[in-house]
Structures are given as C-alpha cells and as structure tokens.
Design a protein around this ligand. Structure first.
Ligand SMILES: Cc1cc2nc3c(=O)[nH]c(=O)nc-3n(C[C@H](O)[C@H](O)[C@H](O)COP(=O)(O)OP(=O)(O)OC[C@H]3O[C@@H](n4cnc5c(N)ncnc54)[C@H](O)[C@@H]3O)c2cc1C
Length: 425
C-alpha cells in the first residue's frame, strides 16, 4: 500500500481535503494533480478575489443548486458556510462579507486562500504531486490501483501505458472537478476513465453558469447595460413554461449574461424560447395601462423619453427596443392600440429563440457529472465501491454564482474526510 488515501485533483476540493485532514492522518494522504499548478480555479474565482461562500441561512443554500440542491442537505448542513469561514479564519485568512452577502477573504486576494490551504496541507504532512495525471483506475479486492501517466503523452490505459507509475491505496477520493475552463486541467476526462474502468454512472456534462446566446441578438452595441431586476420565463419547444426567475441581467456584445442568465441557464436548452421582462416587476399589462393613462396627459412626449424616464431605462436601450418597431420618435398621443400592445411586449415580454449556451470555455461551472444516485451523500462514498469517494464539482451538482460552488467543494471534502477518518482511526 503506497498511501492510505489518494486524492485525484489538486483543485479547491482536493486542497480543502488536505488542509482539513487531521495531523495524525496527513502523512497517509497523497494528492495527485494533473497539471504543474495547484488550485488554479481558486485563483480565478471571483475574478481573483475568491468568493468563498455566501452569508445567510444554510437553508437558503439548498435553493441555489437547481433541482439537486435538496439532495446535498446533509453535507451542507454538517459543514456549513459559518464553518467554512471559521476554518479559513483558523488558517489565518480573515473573511469579510459584502453587502450582497458574498464572502471573500478580507484581503480580496485569492492567493491568500491558496497559500493558507497549501500551508495547512504541508503542516498536516500531506504530499502533493504535480504533473501526475491519473489515466486509469482499477478496483482491487481491498482498495484501488491508480495509474498515473507522464503528464506529456496522450490518454493511455494501464494496460497499454508507456511511461507510467501505479499507486495502491485503500481510499480513493475523486476531486477532479468539472469541465469548465478546460485549460485549467479540469476537463471532465477523468469521468470517462471512471466510466470505462469502474462503470461509474456519469450524467452528460454541459456548461452551467454560462451566458445565453439567442438568434438575432439585438443589443450588440449596448454591451455593459444592466438591469437590477429583470424577469425571465423559459419555454420549451412545446410551449410549456418550465421555469421563471428574476434578477440582475447584463447585456454583453454577443449574449445575455449576468446572474439572472448564469444561474438559470441550467434550465435552458438550445431551441427553447426565453421571454424577458426588462421592466420587472411591471408586466406587459401594467405597461399597457400605464401608457394608456399617460397618453391622455403628456401628449408631446416621445415614447423613448417616456420609457427612459418612467422606467429608469438607459435612453440608448429604450431607443434600441423601439427602433425596429419604428416608434422611437413617436409621440405618445399618436399611438394606436396595436402599437401600445407591441411596445408593452417589446419591453416586458420580449421573446428570443435560444441558439445555445456559452461553451465550457466561458462557463464557470459544469452541470452533470457523477450521478448522485451512485453516491451516499452523507459520506460522499460510492454506493458500489467501498473506499471510493467523490467531492466537489466532479459530482452532478452546480451552484449559483455567489460562492455556492466553493462552499460545496468545502462541505463535500469535509464530509468525505469525516467518513474516512472515522473509518481509519
Ligand atoms: C472563472 C471562474 C470563476 C469562479 N469563481 C467562483 C467563485 O468566486 N466562487 C465559487 O464558489 N465558485 C467559483 N467558481 C467555481 C469553482 O472554482 C469550482 O466549482 C471549484 O473550483 C470546484 O472545485 P473542484 O476541486 O471540484 O475542482 P477544480 O477546482 O476544478 O479542481 C480539479 C483539479 O483536478 C485536476 N484534475 C483533473 N483531472 C485530473 C486527472 N485525471 N488526474 C489528476 N488531476 C486531475 C485538475 O487539473 C484540477 O486542478 C469559478 C469558476 C471559474 C471557472
């Protein structure tokens, strides 16, 4: 037996695991990282500021992971956001909470988080090996054989390996992340290895926390305009409404983005229709009656001025919505009933056909991954293989923006650690 526990992946969850390991067990832990860098996404997180978690009741967290949220209740409750903050502060990283509830290291520097986790892992005598891509896994009667490639060759199996080394361990913790930002090393390829070698069920991987592209996107010149509260409704091809939400919407030069789109893209497929309300909470019906009332009084006002002033919209945006209707310079007093209806829908029920989501190069998380059905979510252990654990984004869990993904990386790592520690000590 080389090590009691091997962790595959030196990203956020693998590092939380190593840093939180009991000192008495640390020397039995080996982290294998494919690339020559450790914790790459921790450094990218929150644009370098590292949004570690979110404040507030842990109950509310369950709503921030799509339909799988309630399934990770035990793990989130047991190792919650308060504990995550306490843990970082114990490692010498004071945290601070922003007005919107997001929690960051007080220095606003993700490098401090990474440094502290590496220091703690080293103090626990955890070994980290870089340039160690796991290419194959074999279940033994007790434990696992893990084959590591040389880091420079393509995928090969342990049977046909060129330059490789094998390790034997009792517990194997898979912390290899999702498939977003594949240049970081998290490219989803280990899921294929696990499916091939251990027949582990993997739900199809797709981008999450991604912007949404629509056909004939009309706001290419209005990049940067945002809406504090916009409304979103999602319709499938059969016109069934499957989801609705409201939140911050951002126009970019080629797609709809901002938390409203990023957090809800997990419900959107290519070919769906989305309906946007740029003046939410006001509906198209509200706007219709508002215009009807207003046109009796201020007859000389143009529709662009009316929309910009009454709904606090950027003038350029109001004009861009009215331009294709040829109503940009139209006076309120001269609007027909048909035109009022068209204007109301253009601002409060604008429909777009989805042409696709941002790719894994743009998405900040991954939907899909190791099926939760195959894992005991109170311990993070496989239901089939004793000693095989899954933590972090490799699982079919994707959180909203706001620190929810790093919180899950933390909670799942601690849960697996509890289970292995209790078993081995
Ligand atoms: C730009 C960006 C910003 C983000 N900002 C935030 C934020 O502010 N807050 C937040 O909560 N979340 C944020 N996230 C999401 C968060 O970073 C991830 O959910 C989190 O890092 C997942 O941790 P993980 O350990 O599961 O995977 P990762 O951190 O992705 O680590 C996986 C590691 O496994 C390694 N690996 C993969 N395959 C193998 C293999 N075969 N052998 C050996 N090693 C392997 C990879 O190289 C990688 O180092 C952001 C993501 C991105 C892309």
């Amino acid at each position: 037996m080389d090590k009691k526990t091997i962790v595959v992946g030196g990203g956020a969850s693998g590092l939380f695991f190593g840093a939180a390991a009991p000192v008495s067990c640390g020397s039995d832990i080996l982290i294998l990282e494919k690339t020559d860098k450790i914790g790459t996404k921790l450094l990218m997180a929150g644009s370098g500021h590292c949004n570690l978690t979110h404040a507030g009741s842990i109950k509310e967290f369950l709503l921030c992971y799509g339909k799988n949220g309630s399934r990770i209740r035990t793990c989130l409750y047991r190792h919650n956001n308060l504990e995550c903050v306490r843990f970082m502060e114990h490692l010498g990283v004071p945290c601070s909470q922003r007005e919107d509830g997001k929690i960051f290291p007080a220095s606003m520097d993700g490098r401090d988080v990474l440094k502290a986790l590496l220091k703690a892992a080293a103090e626990n005598s955890v070994t980290i090996r870089k340039n160690a891509p796991v290419k194959a896994v074999r279940a033994l009667p007790k434990g696992f054989e893990v084959t590591v490639g040389d880091g420079h060759t393509g995928v090969h199996t342990y049977r046909h390996a060129g330059k490789h080394r094998t390790f034997i361990c009792e517990n194997l913790v898979i912390a290899s992340g999702g498939a977003s930002y594949p240049s970081t090393g998290s490219d989803g390829s280990l899921s294929d290895v696990l499916r091939r070698d251990l027949d582990i069920p993997v739900n199809a991987l797709r981008p999450s926390l991604a912007p949404v592209y629509v056909q004939n996107y009309p706001f290419g010149l209005l990049s940067g305009i945002s809406f504090k509260t916009a409304g979103l409704k999602i319709y499938k091809r059969d016109c069934e409404r499957v989801h609705e939400a409201s939140g911050d919407l951002l126009l970019t030069h080629k797609n709809f983005s901002g938390p409203l789109m990023l957090n809800n893209c997990r419900y959107i497929d290519t070919g769906d229709k989305i309906q946007l309300d740029f003046i939410a909470p006001h509906s198209a019906a509200d706007l219709r009656s508002h215009i009807k009332k207003a046109l009796k009084g201020s007859s000389s006002r143009t529709l662009t001025s009316f929309m910009a002033e009454e709904y606090n919209l950027p003038r350029r945006f109001a004009a861009a919505v009215l331009e294709p209707l040829e109503l940009k310079d139209k006076k309120l007093s001269s609007l027909s009933g048909v035109q009022i209806k068209a204007v109301s829908e253009a601002f409060a029920a604008a429909e777009y056909s989805v042409s696709g989501l941002g790719s894994f190069r743009e998405a900040m998380a991954t939907k899909g991954g190791i099926s939760l059905d195959s894992v005991n979510l109170s311990t993070m252990e496989s239901r089939v293989y004793k000693g095989l654990y899954f933590i972090g984004e490799v699982l079919d869990i994707d959180g909203d923006t706001g620190g929810y993904n790093l919180q899950f990386a933390y909670s799942s790592a601690r849960t697996a650690l509890d289970s292995i520690y209790e078993k081995n000590v």
